[in-house]
Design a protein around this ligand. Structure first.
Ligand code: TRP
Ligand code: SF4
Length: 327
């Protein structure tokens, strides 16, 4: 049987190249070989953004327009909004019965977020349960694979533990133990060498305009030891070089050589990279316009996706209740 894939993104801000490299490009290619479910994780977004509810709808629309513009195809994949399928919260509750508190309070992402996002006041009941809702997302569709970044591995592990515990307690194999599916992309960082993130403002948005891309790429740090044009550079420690490896791998050797032999200066090297990124972003940005100008088109895609997703979610929840002797 065809394998199933589920993944989600929280609608908390604009999508940028980090999302493309780390997730979206992977989603697009998985569509060819698996039955894919791509979800807007709006409940998960609300766990940290419950004070900014008014933004979520616009961000969601903008994010989904990017998905569609960059190649997520509603003919091939089921695209839906988490909160439209009430089974997510129902299964979240059921799984909460049997998830020990220790699994959640010891989860490294939980501990880190509580420390990092102090101003968001996320020391809440729901936020502790974040991985349980994520487990419900995955298990409702019996996904075999979950494309995620490395930071999400602890959540996948909790999902797998919940599956085993449910099967052990109720003696019926209702769920599928999902496997993480990591991207093969080399490390990809923000413009300043830190993780690409909206809070660091070190990103290039998926719909960034050409001038702004050029300005941002030209502002990137390079090899700090290469002070003059005639000094040889060290590509191994230059973030610009790692961008070439991601976006134009076939140029890797050439860049290495123009850098180490001082054939090109950093400014020229960055201008070339900017042109490559413009070439990648501009077509997506143009395709996105169609979706932003026709919101009904996007809403209809989401509605149709919801209809398809619901069929799977309802069926799984029926099986769950039956296994628990509730039905
Ligand atoms: N927690 C994920 C993230 O922050 C988003 C997410 C929610 C998700 N539900 C999911 C990812 C289910 C994969 C599967 O990136
Ligand atoms: Fe980096 Fe390019 Fe400068 Fe080399 S030439 S240090 S790769 S920006």
């Amino acid at each position: 049987m065809q394998k199933k894939v589920l993944s989600g993104m929280r609608p908390t801000g604009k999508l940028h190249l980090g999302h493309w490299v780390g997730a979206l490009s992977n989603w697009v290619s998985l569509q060819e070989s698996a039955r894919c479910f791509f979800m807007v994780a709006d409940w998960h977004a609300l766990m940290s953004e419950y004070k900014n509810t008014y933004q979520i709808k616009d961000i969601m629309l903008d994010n989904v327009a990017d998905w569609l513009a960059w190649g997520i195809d509603p003919e091939k994949s089921v695209i839906f909004i988490q909160s439209e399928i009430s089974e997510h919260l129902e299964l979240f509750m059921i799984l909460s019965f049997l998830t020990p508190l220790g699994w959640l309070s010891r989860c490294p992402t939980f501990k880190e977020q509580i420390k990092q996002l102090k101003e968001k006041e996320i020391n809440t009941h729901a936020f502790l349960g974040y991985p349980v809702l994520q487990a419900a997302d995955i298990l409702l569709y019996k996904a075999n694979f979950v494309p995620v970044g490395e930071d999400q591995l602890p959540h996948l592990e909790i999902t797998r533990e919940i599956v085993r515990r449910f099967h052990f307690i109720y003696g019926k194999e209702v769920f599928v133990e999902p496997q993480p599916f990591l991207t093969k992309i080399p490390r990809f960082l923000g413009l300043d060498g830190r993780k690409m993130s909206k809070s660091y403002n070190n990103f290039i948005a998926l719909d960034e305009d050409d001038d702004s891309i050029k300005r941002k790429v030209l502002s990137m740090f390079t090899d700090p030891q290469r002070l003059r044009r005639q000094d040889p550079g060290h590509p191994g420690i230059c973030n610009v070089f790692s961008y070439y490896k991601v976006f134009k791998p076939e140029l890797e050797e050439e860049v290495y050589s123009w850098c180490t032999k001082s054939i090109k200066g950093c400014k020229e090297c960055k201008a070339d990279l900017a042109a490559i990124i413009v070439g990648l972003v501009a077509p997506g940005r143009e395709r996105k316009k169609k979706f932003l100008n026709d919101k009904d088109l996007v809403y209809n895609i989401l509605k149709e996706g919801g209809r398809k997703a619901r069929i799977f979610a309802e069926e799984t929840l029926r099986e769950v209740k039956k296994a628990m002797g509730l039905w």
